[in-house]
Design a binder for this molecule. Structure first.
Ligand code: HEM
Length: 365
C-alpha cells in the first residue's frame, strides 16, 4: 500500500500535512472545472504575510481555513451547510449480505433491516446553484444500527476526489472567490490554481466530459476513500465501495445541459419515489498490495475482486427543510464497530470541517 504524503513540522511547531508527490498517475487532462463559478487567488501561495495572518497560517490546513475558503467563494448562508448547501432529504432502509459478513463484523451487514436517513446534494455552497451544473452530486447516509450505534457514509457521484491534501481544497475555494468588480471569479486566478494543483485534474476531467445525471435516482455514488473492514477474527481488509443505481446510470444530453430548468432534481426525485422504491446495490472492491489507500484522487484497477455487500432502498423523499436529515452532521468518521477509516489525510480532515460547519448552522450563523 502506498503513502504519497508525509507529515512535516512547520516553523511554529504545529504539525501539518504537506504534499510531497501529489501528481496523478492516472490519465486525465487539465479540464475546465465548470459548474463551480470560477475563481481568484491561491491564498496559500500568493497572499503576503501580515501581522494578523503570518505565512505559516496559510500553509496550515485547518477546519477554520476550509470554511473561510467556502464562505469566501459562496458567502455564508445563515443556518445552512457551508458545502453541499442545496439538497433533498430521503428515508429508507438497508439490508446487508452474508458476503459482507465474511469481511466485516459491522451490524450494518447483519442481514437485519437497518433504518436509513439520507440527503442528496449538489457540491458547493450556493443554495441557488443550477441542477445542470458540472459539479459533484453527493449523498449522505446515516444507518441506524440495531444496537443504537450509527454508521455514516458520505459519497460523491464522481469516482475520484479533487484533492490529495486538504490544502488543495482550501486553495480551490479561495480561487473561486468572486471579484467584487465583476461579481464573478477571475478566470486567470482560477487557471493559476489549475496549473499548480494537478491532483485536481482527474475529477475536473471527469466533470468536464461526463454530463450531469438526469436524476439522483440515476446516480452511482462512490465512497472514494479506502476504508478498513474488520472481521469477527479482527482480520483487516482494505476496501473501497460504491452504490450502483438499479434505475441505471443516465446523464443529460448536451442539449439538456443547456436547457434544463434550474431546480429539476427535486421534482425528478419526488416523481420517481411516487412510482415505487428506489434501490442501489452496495458493491465493495478488495484492495491488493500496492493499491493506493491514502490518495482519493487515484482509482484502483478495475479488475479487483468485488462482492455485493447490501441493498439500499429509499422509500420517500422530501424538501430538505422538512427532512429528518436536516439536523444531521454527516461526518464520515462516524463509524460503528467493524468499519474503520484508513489514514487518507482527506478523510481524516473532513470530520473537523463538517463539525465546524454544523456548529455554525446550529447557531444560525
Ligand atoms: C478536504 C476535503 C473536504 C472538506 C473540507 C469537505 C467539507 C464539507 C463541509 C464543510 C460540508 C458541510 C457539512 C455540514 O454542514 O453538515 C460537506 C458536505 C458534504 N461533503 Fe464534503 N468535504 C471534503 C471532502 C469530501 C469528500 C471526499 C466527499 C465524498 C467522498 C464529500 C462529500 C460530501 C457530501 C455528500 C456532503 C453533504 C452531506 C450532507 O448532506 O450533509 N466531501 N463537506
Amino acid at each position: 500500500m502506498t503513502q504519497d504524503h508525509e507529515k512535516a513540522n512547520i516553523p511554529n511547531g504545529r504539525r501539518s500535512f504537506l504534499t510531497t508527490a501529489s501528481r496523478l498517475t492516472m490519465a486525465g487532462a487539465v479540464g475546465p472545472v465548470i459548474g463551480l463559478s470560477a475563481s481568484s487567488a491561491i491564498a496559500a501561495q500568493t497572499q503576503p504575510a501580515s501581522a494578523e495572518s503570518p505565512t505559516n497560517e496559510y500553509l496550515e490546513a485547518t477546519a477554520q481555513r476550509s470554511l473561510d475558503a467556502l464562505e469566501s467563494a459562496y458567502g455564508a448562508h445563515k443556518g445552512q451547510r457551508r458545502n453541499h448547501t442545496k439538497g433533498i432529504g430521503a428515508i429508507g432502509k438497508f439490508v446487508g449480505t452474508a458476503a459482507a459478513r465474511e469481511y466485516s463484523r459491522s451490524l450494518l451487514f447483519s442481514g437485519e433491516t437497518i433504518e436509513v436517513v439520507a440527503r442528496f446534494s449538489l457540491a458547493g455552497g450556493n443554495p441557488d446553484a443550477s441542477d445542470a451544473e458540472r459539479s459533484a452530486r453527493g449523498i449522505g447516509i446515516q444507518f441506524r444500527l440495531p444496537d443504537g450505534s450509527l454508521q455514516h457514509m458520505t459519497m460523491l457521484h464522481t469516482p475520484m476526489f479533487f484533492a490529495t491534501m486538504p490544502q488543495t481544497f482550501i486553495d480551490k475555494f479561495f480561487a473561486l472567490t468572486p471579484d467584487p468588480a465583476t461579481g464573478k471569479a477571475d478566470p486567470a486566478r482560477f487557471n493559476a490554481f489549475l496549473k499548480s494543483h494537478h491532483d485536481n485534474d482527474a475529477q475536473a476531467h471527469y466533470l468536464g466530459t461526463v454530463n450531469p445525471p438526469v436524476s439522483y435516482a440515476n446516480c452511482p455514488f462512490f465512497g472514494i476513500h479506502t476504508f478498513k473492514f474488520v472481521g469477527k477474527d479482527d482480520k483487516v481488509t482494505m476496501v473501497r465501495w460504491r452504490f450502483v443505481p438499479r434505475d441505471g446510470e443516465k446523464n443529460l444530453t448536451d442539449d439538456e445541459v443547456k436547457s434544463a430548468p434550474k431546480d429539476f432534481l427535486q421534482a425528478a426525485l419526488m416523481e420517481r419515489v411516487k412510482r415505487g422504491p428506489l434501490q442501489w446495490d452496495m458493491i465493495v472492491s478488495i484492495g491488493e498490495p500496492g493499491d493506493p489507500v491514502t490518495n482519493p484522487t487515484v482509482l484502483w484497477p478495475a479488475n479487483r475482486k468485488e462482492f455485493h455487500a447490501g441493498t439500499l432502498t429509499l422509500t420517500d423523499a422530501m424538501p430538505q427543510e422538512q427532512a429528518p436529515s436536516y439536523g444531521i452532521n454527516f461526518d464520515p468518521l462516524v463509524m460503528a464497530d467493524g468499519i474503520e477509516p484508513s489514514d487518507d489525510p482527506i478523510l481524516r480532515f473532513r470530520s473537523t470541517s463538517y463539525g465546524l460547519s454544523y456548529s455554525r448552522r446550529l447557531r444560525n450563523l
